[in-house]
Design a protein around this ligand. Structure first.
Ligand code: NDP
Length: 402
């Protein structure tokens, strides 16, 4: 295993390509393909070692099959959008090549992301003798791997998980999203939910907030939203009683989002304008800054982790496992902002795990089902050092019962 194909030359995909190009002991041949060839060429020029590039429309599985047959990769890393997950998985099945992604499938005409569609590929991947690794970015990705590490090393039983995601950075734009605007806005404007004692509890969008004290950042207002790793963690972490996901949004972000929603700009059903059908959210995406373009003047840090409570040696225990990443430092290293960096570095690390056979298996896997320790050791070396800090009983009291 030594050849990799990366699909998607956007903010996070370019980080994967550049990181792989810094690990030539693992990746002999690196090929980057995306919808717009110019973007691939730009990344190619910025890579420290030589990579090859081409154009592909990954909505079309037949095109991806042809690309795989030409490039003969051992692994396809999908850094395009969630809509392309299934056609790329179909192409991997047809050609017998391993697969890895960072976001679960979502149909274009319905804002409902779920693993259900990709889990349905389990038997076919198993029968073909290939492996699909789902959700290997930061969240999902490192956060789920923190949970697996905590399960194996810090607790006898895990009771509650709060995934806490703070971007305390400042990009200087009036309104922008840190990853693909269409996917980001679809995620944030849908109804929230969390899982408690075997049941999903639904809430209105952004209707519950709490002050959370983030490592190296401090207390920040955070909103309870639904996030995709909750769906797999409730299955894969035994004995879990509650899981919630919290994310910071500035008052300015919320203000813009509210207005855009109120005027219908976040709709995903078509409207006819001058005889042409347009989808308002797609039009809005065309107006907003591309996430990769935010990198140059971004300052501040991301602080993302998991607050986990449970039992160790018969006594209550609580830990926070986290990483802090600095936008200006990631720009200096790879020309990327921290949100793209914290997504792309784990994907490149997952690819290293698969290439080296440290992560292996037949079928479809969420990252928490795979060995966490070697991944966490490698992801630190690749640029994302992490920490596990024991919390005393009083800490994070503000994240009380809902
Ligand atoms: P970008 O919009 O910057 O990049 C997406 C790239 O995919 C673009 O280059 C785009 O091409 C390309 N693309 C879109 N459609 C196709 C297609 N049909 N065929 C080929 N290429 C296509 O988004 P990000 O880099 O911010 O996000 C990439 C992925 O990472 C998303 O799925 C996102 O949800 C996920 N993500 C995961 C996170 C995690 O922690 N797990 C965090 C952040 C993001 P073009 O340039 O032509 O539009």
């Amino acid at each position: 295993m030594e050849n990799i194909l990366i699909i998607g030359a956007g903010a996070a995909g370019s980080v994967v390509a550049k990181k792989c190009a810094m690990n030539r002991d693992v990746f002999r041949k690196i090929h980057l393909a995306s919808r717009t060839l110019d973007k691939c060429i730009k990344v190619q020029k910025e890579c420290k070692t030589e990579i090859t590039v081409s154009q592909v429309d990954a909505d079309d599985a037949a095109q991806v099959v042809r690309l795989i047959e030409e490039q003969r990769p051992d692994l396809v890393v999908n850094m395009a959008l969630p809509y392309q997950d299934l056609p790329i998985m179909d192409a991997c099945l047809e050609t017998g090549v391993h697969y890895l992604d960072t976001a679960n499938y979502e149909p274009k005409d319905e804002a409902r992301f779920s693993y259900t569609w990709q889990w349905a590929y389990r038997d076919r991947f198993r029968e073909k003798g290939i492996m699909a690794v789902l959700g290997c970015g930061f969240d999902p990705g490192v956060t789920s791997i923190f949970c697996a590490y905590a399960r194996n090393n810090l607790f006898d039983e895990i009771r509650t998980i709060d995934i806490v995601d703070c971007n305390d950075g400042s990009h200087g734009k009036a309104f922008a999203t840190n990853f693909n605007p269409e996917i980001n806005i679809r995620e944030v404007t849908q109804r929230g939910k969390y899982w408690k004692r075997g049941k999903w509890i639904e809430i209105d969008p952004l209707s519950i907030s709490s002050m959370i004290d983030y490592p190296e950042v401090g207390p920040r207002k955070s909103y309870l939203i639904y996030h995709e790793e909750e769906e797999s963690l409730v299955r894969n972490i035994d004995g879990l009683e509650q899981i919630r996901f919290w994310m910071t949004f500035s008052d300015n972000y919320i203000k813009h989002l509210e207005v855009l929603q109120n005027v219908g700009m976040t709709r995903i059903n078509p409207v006819v304008y001058n005889g042409v059908e347009i989808i308002p959210l797609q039009f809005l995406k065309a107006l907003l800054p591309e996430p990769s373009s935010l990198a140059e003047n971004y300052t501040g840090k991301t602080s993302i982790g998991c607050i986990i409570r449970g039992v160790k040696g018969g006594k209550p225990a609580a830990y926070i496992l986290y990483n802090v990443c600095d936008h200006a430092e990631t720009y200096r290293e790879l020309g990327a902002q921290a949100v793209s960096y914290t997504t792309g570095v784990p994907a490149a690390t997952g690819a290293i795990m698969m290439m080296k056979g440290i992560w292996s298996g037949k079928g479809v896997f969420n990252v928490e089902e795979l060995p966490p320790e070697p991944f966490l050791e490698e992801v630190s070396k690749q640029g994302l050092p992490w920490h596990a800090k024991r919390l005393d009983g009083e800490a994070y009291r503000e994240l009380a019962e809902l």
